[in-house]
Design a protein around this ligand. Structure first.
Ligand SMILES: Nc1nc2c(ncn2[C@@H]2O[C@H](COP(=O)(O)OP(=O)(O)OP(=O)(O)O)[C@@H](O)[C@H]2O)c(=O)[nH]1
Length: 213
């Protein structure tokens, strides 16, 4: 069955091992907590169509391994991402301290206009909290990131994280700050918009691939 959507966005989930990236993806796709999650080997993939401000958007999401030994593999998936969830664990200062490195990788290896949402996960473990909301929101402000705390266990703010990132990308398309037609933008048109684009491409004698992610 063919899927119809207005846009397709390539998303990444990055951050330290054990911060809950796979559980966030699983909750977003399956609406439940993955309680037997083990370390990701390389990358995993999920996709879902969401409605954002009246537009249907297919999110193509790459969940990357946080372990250092997979860094060279995971880095190769950064290219052409439109959005990223940069995840730390609110109960782990080490995962918070590592954010600058992850951010640097995302900004240098993915699209320069990538929209990044900082996610403080494991919000449900408040008694074990090691990073305050205030210091993380200060970090987010200093680095021009959107910020949310989530729990992949209870599902709190999981949907919101993906939707907020998508909404920001759509707003940037509307203002012209992001150009879906730029190769490597991490954005594709779907449905009628894609057909129009392909017709235009054919008329100027370019290959009809429609693939811009
Ligand atoms: N209490 C609680 N535990 C969580 C939450 N999210 C993940 N976990 C647990 O944290 C551990 C690591 O979760 P994963 O999703 O596998 O972590 P990851 O970031 O994908 O790890 P890597 O694949 O190694 O990079 C698992 O034992 C999860 O059950 C959460 O929101 N709350």
């Amino acid at each position: 069955m063919s899927e119809t959507y207005d846009y397709l966005f390539k998303f990444l989930i990055i951050g330290s091992a054990g911060s809950g990236k796979s559980c966030l993806l699983h909750h977003f796709i399956e609406s439940k907590f993955k309680d037997d999650s083990s370390h990701t080997i390389g990358v995993e993939f999920g996709s879902r169509i969401v409605n954002v401000g009246g537009k249907s958007v297919k999110l193509q999401i790459w969940d990357t391994a946080g372990q250092e030994r997979f860094r060279s593999v995971t880095r190769s998936y950064y290219r052409g991402a439109a959005g990223a969830l940069l995840v730390y664990d609110t109960t782990s200062r080490d995962s918070f301290n590592a954010l600058s490195n992850w951010l640097n990788d995302a900004r240098t290896l993915a699209s320069p206009n990538i929209v990044i949402l900082l996610v403080g996960n494991k919000k449900d473990l408040d008694e074990a909290r090691d990073v305050t909301f205030l210091e993380a929101s200060t970090f987010a402000q200093e680095n021009e990131l959107i910020f949310l705390e989530t729990s992949a266990k209870t599902g709190e703010n999981v949907e919101e994280a993906f939707l907020k990132c998508s909404k920001t990308i759509l707003a940037k398309i509307d203002t012209g700050e992001l150009d879906p037609e730029r190769i490597g933008s991490g954005i594709q048109y779907g449905g009628p918009a894609l057909r129009n684009l392909q017709t235009r491409q054919r008329s100027i004698n370019k290959p009809d691939c429609g693939c811009r992610v």
